[in-house]
Design a binder for this molecule. Structure first.
Ligand code: F6R
Length: 365
């Protein structure tokens, strides 16, 4: 039931602190990941994994793109990510020591299942599923399963499924990293940061009024550009997808460094540019990208922490987010973009929970 909320999507956005915590439950201590919580055979199956191939669609694909940064950074294991509908129709090379990782909220997405079945014929070390529906086809056909604890997601636009997928993927990345030389110290530092995420997401939810006000500036717009760098690039992609799906505004995401290679030509006062800019190692580079936009009369909407030191000025709107660990930042920075697209859609009067032309579970090609 929606309860006090006007839409399921809003209710599901607000459930995130609780369901992120539920997804950590029993899988992490104060300072480490419990490998056996990923399955009794996890230890053995993760041993000697030399490559991770992630397959997913839509929002789940964006979760996979974030995970690639974690897997390569923390575990030092090469990771490829591909949308299932492309993977299944091309000739691909899968090495025997590959972990095949499918991410799906429903566990019934036709293309994702087809990709898994096809890859099985080619052979790989093990199939891991990150899934939200117990007993789904994906869960039944995988060797290892990490269930997200998002609970039923009714809104067609995925929100809590995404942030719980990220939580599960970070836990998995740490387990794999431990087998590949991650120090106990770095593991503890990241696990502690993960424990802070539910509270940080609550802090972001408290900014809803400010974000709702900002959304008024989008109602009349036909296009929007989302920018992020590093692991925030997939967050920008997810923000653009949410805006497209529920508000029907055309949105595109770019890694900010690509701006001058083309999309900068689109920037004028009619093109709002949304940027996710936590104070990580890329912040300085990102700021020079912002200058490029501003110099062309673009209107900027920046989600950044205080340390990023982005000053509000004419045509620069800043929403200040809590300071977060660089590794967990993608989880926290997703939430303001969900709120932004939700409020734009409400103002436009679209059917938020049931956007036109879309189905919740894509069980046919
Ligand atoms: C977007 C959205 C879709 C799904 C995609 C995959 O908000 O919900 O893009 O993410 O259809 O679905 P699952 O995760 O069930 O495989």
């Amino acid at each position: 039931e929606k309860g006090e909320y006007r839409h399921y999507m809003l209710k599901e956005i607000h459930e995130q602190p609780r369901v992120i915590k539920a997804t950590m439950e029993g899988r992490v201590t104060d300072s480490r990941v419990l490998e056996q919580a990923l399955g009794i055979e996890a230890g053995e199956l993760l041993q000697d994994v030399r490559h991770v191939q992630i397959i997913a669609c839509g929002t789940s694909y964006h979760a996979g793109m974030v995970a690639r940064y974690w897997i390569e950074d923390l575990a030092g294991v090469p990771c490829s990510v591909e949308v299932a509908s492309e993977f299944r129709y091309r000739k691909h090379v899968i090495q025997k020591d590959t972990l095949f990782l499918c991410i799906s909220q429903s566990g019934e997405t036709a293309d994702t299942l087809a990709a898994l079945r096809q890859a099985k014929k080619a052979g790989f070390r093990a199939a891991l599923a990150i899934c939200n529906v117990p007993g789904s086809s994906l869960v039944r056909e995988s060797d290892l399963v990490i269930m997200t604890q998002a609970g039923p997601e009714i809104g067609v636009a995925s929100t809590k499924a995404f942030t719980t997928q990220l939580t599960a993927l970070l836990i998995f990345s740490l387990a794999l990293a431990r087998k590949n030389g991650l120090s106990a110290e770095r593991e503890a530092d990241i696990v502690k940061a993960l424990h802070l995420v539910p509270g940080q997401v609550s802090d972001v939810l408290a900014l809803e009024g400010e974000i709702a006000e900002m959304s008024e500036r989008f109602v009349e717009k036909n296009h929007a550009l989302f920018l992020g760098r590093g692991s925030q690039f997939p967050v920008a992609m997810e923000g653009a997808l949410k805006l497209k799906e529920i508000s029907y505004i055309h949105a595109e995401a770019y890694p900010a460094g690509e701006l001058k290679h083309g999309p900068l030509a689109l920037v004028d006062s009619e093109m709002p540019v949304i940027t996710v800019a936590p104070n990580n190692s890329m912040a300085e580079k990102l700021k020079s990208n912002l200058e490029e936009v501003r110099a062309r009369g673009g209107e900027l909407f920046v989600f950044a922490d205080r340390a990023a030191n982005v000053k509000p000025e004419e045509n620069i709107h800043v929403v200040q987010l809590p300071e977060v660990h660089e590794i967990t930042a993608p989880i926290v920075y997703t939430v303001p973009l969900q709120l932004l697209s939700y409020h734009v859609a409400v103002l436009k009067g679209t059917d938020v929970d049931q956007p036109r032309n879309l189905a919740k579970s894509v069980t046919v090609e």
